[in-house]
Design a protein around this ligand. Structure first.
Ligand code: KG4
Ligand code: ZN
Length: 335
């Protein structure tokens, strides 16, 4: 029976393919090849390198799941937002597959994919708030009773994850910086440094991480020789202020919007300090906290395949001749 969807994710620095049974959410195949090591040396993602690595990794992964091709009823691919040179590799492969297998093509917004990481094995839920914290985006969204999405707040500059990456780069700790900074912060014994929480007295709901990044840069320039203890204490002070900024803005949003459920998704939602603080905040507002499984917070094709199941049920297909690449589009109409 043809009841499975193959999804391709290549929006940034992860090449991933997943195959999901659309009738029972059963995962038949999931593989991801990350490029972190290759980009680490440069302190960030180098687009041309990312594109070349996708063109090597995606065919390799596809080769491994060939035996499932006769079960496929659709091909899905991330088409926005992301690095255009990375997205095109996945889109070209998806279009060729859809043509060759004569099945429909589904285009999935990457941010929507992250939201679906909350519902990998279940039907999606509506009427809730969502915090999306990744390398490219930081936003709070409202999903209404019918599944329509509204952005309530977003970052005016850097994203939460990006600020960790930039601080790691300042300390020569490679890329990506999230896990490195979190692990370093855990080692801090004395809490000598203190950074102010961005916009704490402002009523504005949007986030801003660039000031905190500069506070951290200024502190780092005061130290000619950074020993391990100082590094960990600065990492701790930075992480505290970054997490408290998210909590402060979410608290302000919670007082305006009484969510019954609050989902937290995106690569940076793996941060345990943030998870713990959000749990406390949600308890205070009697709101159920829903977290994506730790292994599916970061970019992966499984969340894209899961989002594609709902798109398939609604008949949301695109043509193989359509120009679906839209690197900057963060508009999300509905789940
Ligand atoms: O969602 P994702 O895999 O890619 C994008 O869509 O951007 O998120 C990657 C981002 C990177 O900036 C990475 O440093 C950050 O998530 N990240 C973290 C943690 N783990 C990953 N940031 C803070 N703490 C973490 N534990
Ligand atoms: Zn992502």
């Amino acid at each position: 029976m043809k009841n499975c969807i193959l999804a391709i994710e290549s929006s940034c620095d992860d090449s991933s393919i997943a195959i999901l049974d659309k009738d029972n959410f059963n995962c038949l195949f999931h593989k991801k090849i990350s490029q972190e090591k290759e980009h680490s040396h440069y302190g960030g993602v180098v687009p041309e390198l990312a594109a070349r690595l996708h063109s090597e990794a995606l065919p390799k992964i596809l080769q491994q799941c060939k035996s499932y091709f006769d079960k496929l009823c659709a091909i899905a691919v991330t088409n926005e937002p992301g690095l255009s040179v990375s997205l095109v590799g996945g889109i070209a492969m998806a279009k060729s597959l859809a043509l060759a297998l004569d099945v429909p093509l589904i285009a999935i917004n990457h941010l929507k994919g992250h939201i679906y990481s909350l519902f990998l094995e279940q039907k999606e839920e509506y009427d809730m708030g969502i915090l999306l914290v990744s390398g490219g985006h930081t936003m709070v969204l409202k999903v209404d009773e019918k599944g329509f999405l509204e952005i309530l707040a977003k970052s005016n500059d850097d994203s939460f994850g990006e600020s960790f990456d930039k601080v790691a780069k300042m300390m020569n700790l490679g890329y990506p910086g999230g896990v490195v900074i979190e692990n370093l912060a855990k080692k801090a014994r004395i809490k000598n440094f203190h950074f102010s929480v961005p916009m704490i007295h402002s009523k504005e709901l949007n986030f801003s991480f660039s000031g905190l990044k500069n506070q951290t840069r200024l502190e780092l320039t005061k130290h000619q020789h950074l020993d391990e203890n100082t590094k960990s204490e600065i990492a701790y002070a930075f992480e505290e202020a970054a997490c408290l900024h998210i909590i402060d803005k979410c608290r302000k949003i919670f007082t305006k919007h009484r969510f019954k459920k609050f989902g937290v998704v995106g690569g940076a939602s793996a941060n345990l300090n943030l998870r713990g603080r959000l749990q406390t905040l949600c308890e205070e507002f009697e709101c159920e906290l829903k977290l994506a499984p730790l292994e599916f917070c970061a970019d992966n094709a499984l969340m894209i395949a899961r989002a594609a199941i709902s798109a398939y049920e609604r008949g949301e297909f695109v043509g193989v001749n359509e120009d679906i690449l839209s690197p900057k589009n963060t508009n999300l109409a509905r789940l």
